[in-house]
Design a protein around this ligand. Structure first.
Ligand SMILES: [Zn+2]
Length: 703
């Protein structure tokens, strides 16, 4: 899930907010794939199949620290490279995928593809990003017309229109879960909460350049330091862009963003879809959120809808009031700074470096920027992901691997069916709908059935600024044009070259891209124990989102419908409250705890995922004994493979950012999920008194 949260939760693993991703990419937020920062990682040697013995630390008792037991020797011998915020299995595969993608892009560029083809666009986009000399020579020229347009704004009506013109489809509340846009608001086009057969417009809060409201309002030393450095960064950027009195402008921008942050919903509240289902008519915007001239805003945005779902009404009320109460000049500075900052990655070197110094070093603790070619690959993946993905899938994902992965999915779905049938507390009607959800579930393996068409997206050689500008505009127009049209439930929300997996609740669909279906997660030559413990748990995790607190809000057709009885819900909430309390006790740093509520949906999915994968594994043996590897039984291999999914090293600043903004718990605590599974105790003879030991009644069983 994605790189992070609730439904969002739906990504299996979050590499960072898009903002964070953008920081490592060095380009505007846009749709840069969350695949982001690839890294060296703890994978097994290529000739080895199954769990990696060399990565384990067998001096650690599995019952005391299972994460260290599975990964300790790798952690000891691994250094985080200077251009990374951290590294792990996901990033290792990300590296491999990026290397392959870079190779494909290079091949495409050399083949001198015909004008107008997707391949030509890939070549031109990549080359325009790599043209550093051309970018230096142009200087600030690409920014100028946009800065002049901002400077020409004379009143709040023109401001409303200009703010509308910045609206992009750059947020995603439930699939890739990205709640962040630096624009005033963000558009998400998805199946409707109340009409899942048609695409509907959702508007989300925005306006902050930092990743989340907590960065502005949290009153601790670390955040205070970040705020001071952020203000200095704004000032430096404005100075580089030629503004007078940059310090005074920066102070006012921080003040405005702090006021915006106070109107924002917290991440945990954002994930509650029942609080998000607010349908507003055009008249509602004026009545419920006075201040901004909404008619002008929507005219600027080119968005004319009779109803829009407003995710956080109080933020719309608050932000709109701030448009009225804050001086025009402050808003103009805010617009100018956001423009410069978001495009800094494709402007001259001085701006690239200043942006990285703040977002890369200060915010993520990464000492060094990625090589430019890697950032170029991120840009191409983000802007033309399917054009590259189609070739990637043909070359790197065999029909045999696809068939094996599909067989695993079938086994794990079968174990979910059995678990649901066996629940004593669930009402028969609820069980029937849960089974129906499994029947209608679309599981995409490897790559989508249809590919995105980029023919309307104009790429010019030697114009990276314009290419990125036009891409975000084209994405937006494409989404607006889909409003009201029938939903394609088989549409993917990740590219095949993305190392991740996702649950799309409104489509009742899962995507498992080709790039995650590789060793060490999935290896057609590895014992079943290792495959089920690794990728099997991930598959189970995504399926579980179909039934969890948020999955329970959507029925088998993807409609928002409460199909659980109150008694079912009560049981589920009691069980999951125990799990939230379990995670609240985890402390990555003495002054910072994991937020059990913010990470609950993901933690539930981890418990459920490993449980179903374990059943699927046992079923796959068909009664025969599992092969032993290096003295480890089948069950031991299963749990070690699960623990090795989480092998990672993260810089402190990165991990702090993750704890604040990510719906997923840090990796070391996700490995500790095993303490809730009875079979783990038997496999490693875990006894009372060992750190992870839980008495049977304290082990959380969800399904
Ligand atoms: Zn998830």
């Amino acid at each position: 899930m994605m790189p992070y949260p609730a439904f969002s939760r739906f990504g299996f693993f979050k590499f960072g907010f898009s903002k964070f991703a953008a920081a490592c990419v060095g380009v505007p937020v846009l749709a840069i794939a969350l695949t982001t920062c690839a890294q060296d990682a703890p994978a097994a040697a290529p000739e080895q199949h199954g769990i990696s013995i060399a990565n384990m630390d067998r001096s650690v008792k599995p019952g005391d620290d299972f994460y260290d037991y599975a990964n300790g020797d790798w952690i000891k011998r691994t250094e985080i490279p200077p251009d990374r915020g951290g590294l792990g299995v996901f990033s290792k595969l990300g590296d491999l995928s990026n290397k392959r993608t870079a190779g494909l892009i290079e091949e495409i560029a050399k083949s001198n593809p015909a004008a107008g083809t997707g391949a030509r666009k890939v070549a031109d986009l990549y080359n325009s990003y790599m043209d550093e000399a051309g970018i230096e020579a142009k200087g600030l020229a690409p920014l100028r017309p946009h800065l002049q347009a901002i400077a020409a704004i004379r009143n709040k009506r023109e401001l409303a229109r200009a703010l509308g013109e910045t609206l992009r489809s750059d947020v995603d509340a439930l699939n890739n879960t990205n709640f962040h846009t630096a624009n005033l608001f963000g558009l998400w086009v998805a199946p409707g909460f109340n009409d899942s057969e048609h695409y509907t417009a959702y508007l989300l809060q925005g306006g902050l350049q930092l990743p989340d409201r907590e960065y502005y309002v949290a009153d601790d030393e670390h955040m205070r330091t970040i705020r001071t450095q952020y203000q200095a960064h704004i000032s430096a950027m404005l100075k580089l862009a030629g503004f007078t009195k940059p310090e005074a402008r920066a102070a006012r921008i921080v003040q405005l963003e702090t006021a915006i942050a106070r109107t924002h919903r917290t991440l945990a509240d954002n994930e509650d879809i029942h609080k998000a289902n607010n349908t507003w008519s055009p008249a509602d915007f004026a009545a419920k959120a006075p201040g901004l001239e909404w008619t002008e805003y929507f005219r600027g945005a080119g968005l004319q809808q009779n109803s829009i779902i407003v995710w956080q009404p109080e933020a719309f009320t608050g932000e709109s009031a701030l448009v009225a109460s804050t001086p025009l000049d402050t808003w103009k500075d805010w617009l100018a700074f956001h423009l410069v900052d978001n495009y800094a990655g494709v402007l001259p070197r001085a701006l690239v470096d200043e942006r990285f110094a703040f977002f890369g070093k200060t915010l993520s603790g990464t000492p060094q920027q990625r090589p430019r070619w890697q950032r170029g690959v991120f840009v191409v993946n983000g802007l033309l992901g399917d054009a590259v993905g189609k070739i990637y899938a043909e070359r790197y994902f065999s029909p045999e691997a696809k068939a094996q992965a599909q067989a695993m999915v079938a086994n794990i779905i079968a174990s979910f069916r059995k678990r649901i049938d066996g629940l004593s507390w669930m009402d028969p009607a609820t069980k029937a709908e849960a089974q129906e959800k499994l029947t209608t579930l679309y599981v995409g393996i490897g790559y989508p059935e249809t590919w995105r068409d980029y023919s309307l997206y104009e790429i010019k050689p030697n114009d990276i600024f314009g290419n990125i500008w036009r891409s975000s505009l084209e994405d937006y127009r494409r989404d607006v044009a889909r409003l009201g049209k029938p939903v394609d439930r088989k549409e993917w929300s990740m590219t095949p070259q993305t190392v991740n997996a996702v649950n799309l609740p409104l489509q009742n669909a899962l995507n498992f891209p080709a790039a995650i279906l590789q060793p060490p997660f999935f290896d057609p030559l590895a014992p079943a124990a290792a495959n089920y413990g690794a990728i099997g748990s991930i598959i189970g995790h995504e399926i579980s989102h179909t039934f969890d607190t948020e999955g329970s809000a959507f029925d088998s057709k993807g409609r928002v419908r409460n199909w659980w009885t109150p008694a079912d819900l009560e049981h589920f909430e009691a069980a999951t409250a125990k799990l939230a309390a379990q995670y609240d006790t985890y402390k990555p740093f003495p002054d910072l705890s994991v937020n059990g509520k913010q990470t609950l949906a993901e933690n539930i999915a981890d418990v459920a995922g490993i449980s179903a994968a374990y059943d699927g594994y046992r079923a796959s043996l068909n009664g025969s004994a599992a092969p032993v590897q290096d003295g480890f039984s089948g069950d031991q291999q299963f749990f070690i493979a699960f623990g090795q999914n989480w092998g990672s090293k993260t810089r402190e600043a990165s991990q702090r950012q993750q704890v604040m903004t990510d719906p997923h718990a840090p990796a070391q605590f996700r490995a500790a999920t095993v303490r809730n599974i009875d079979a783990w105790y038997a496999a490693f003879n875990v006894q009372p008194g060992e750190t992870l030991y839980l008495a049977p009644p304290d082990r959380v069983r969800i399904w």
